[in-house]
Design a protein around this ligand. Structure first.
Ligand code: FES
Ligand code: FE2
Length: 328
């Protein structure tokens, strides 16, 4: 049995800033710049002439126009207002209104460390240097995938908790989830599950269910042997986030680009419906109303680890022993 902490709401803090986040799916970044927001920071993504992805502050240092309104040519991004051009390091390379003999002297635009792997463009939003590389998606090159993204009007912590919430499916997912069908046939049954922590994250296992959380924002539902859904939850502006989803399909011998889908999976839309409702309660009433039960142990454990990571206490984030929980 797990003892519940008393002040659970105190652990509801924004996701850590010193981390790699998905900026965009690789297939969404082609010839044109792409505007994104992570942790309230406006960022423009673009590709240079070699196809390398870059991320920079989406604000021209001349008069503040979003660089994402501009165009990309010869590996540089040109502002849509007066045509100043910047390379992928953020350095200004050309100002059309200067005479040829006048040197370009402007402060660079902030460039964010950027890595492209597993068909995502990852952006490091921390102030310091990146702490390692983005976490690989296990077995990514051995399967075909379906990929998409949905904007959610709720804080990123909420879909993270939702995707680790082992007992919501019987209620939130009518006609969609096996737990709902089982509950219809036999009533809602208590489920025994195991919550195990390790230095990298936490794993929740129960008969027929496997959930994994990795900091800062990844939840993996299922395992590569069967069904697998990999979800990232990127904080954008206050009270909003983007859920990037990756659904495993058949095994492959050749790594291939995931197929992109603009259609929100119905099961994720069902989750979004309840989460956006809850966001309104937190936004208007604060979080002191929260009551928790033992079945919330997985979500509270993830919440606590996010709080510790946000405070720079990574070594404590997943400390603690294996624990067994029983829903009742
Ligand atoms: S505002 Fe960008 S070039 Fe003037
Ligand atoms: Fe759900």
């Amino acid at each position: 049995m797990t003892e519940l902490p008393t002040n659970t709401a105190a652990d509801r803090v924004p996701l850590p800033q010193e981390a790699w986040y998905v900026g965009a799916a690789s297939s969404r970044l082609t010839d044109a710049p792409v505007a994104i927001v992570i942790h309230g920071q406006a960022i423009v993504l673009f590709r240079d002439s070699e196809g390398r992805a870059h991320a920079m502050h989406d604000r021209c240092p001349h008069r503040g126009v979003a660089l994402s309104l501009g165009t990309v040519s010869e590996g540089q991004i040109a502002c849509a207002y007066h045509g100043w051009r910047f390379d992928g390091t953020g350095r200004c390379r050309h100002i059309p209104s200067l005479r040829p003999e006048q040197p370009v002297r402007t402060a660079p635009v902030r460039a964010y460390p950027t890595v492209e792997r597993d068909f995502y463009v990852w952006v490091w939003t921390g102030k310091g240097e990146p702490n390692g590389q983005p976490l690989p998606i296990h077995g990514f090159d051995r399967y075909a995938w379906l990929q998409g993204a949905t904007a959610l009007a709720c804080e990123a912590i909420m879909p993270i908790e939702n995707n680790l919430d082992i007992c919501h499916a019987a209620f939130t997912h009518p006609h969609m989830h096996p737990q709902w069908f089982r509950a219809q046939a036999a009533g809602f049954q208590p489920t025994r599950y195991e919550l195990a922590t390790d230095p990298g994250g936490l794993t929740v296992s129960a008969p027929g269910t496997l959930l994994r959380f990795d900091l800062p924002d990844r939840v993996t539902v299922g395992s590569s042997e069967t069904f697998r859904l990999v979800l990232h939850h990127v904080p954008t502006t206050p009270g909003r986030c983007i859920q990037h989803w990756l659904l495993q399909r058949e095994p492959t011998h050749e790594p291939a680009a995931p197929i992109w889908s603009d259609k929100e999976p119905e099961i994720l839309a069902q989750d979004r419906h309840v989460l956006e409702s809850a966001q309104r309660a937190y936004a208007y009433e604060g979080d002191a109303f929260e009551q928790s039960v033992e079945a919330d142990a997985t979500t509270l454990s993830a919440r606590r680890s996010i709080r510790l990571a946000s405070q720079g206490r990574m070594e404590e984030a997943f400390s603690g022993n294996r624990s067994i929980c029983v829903l009742s």
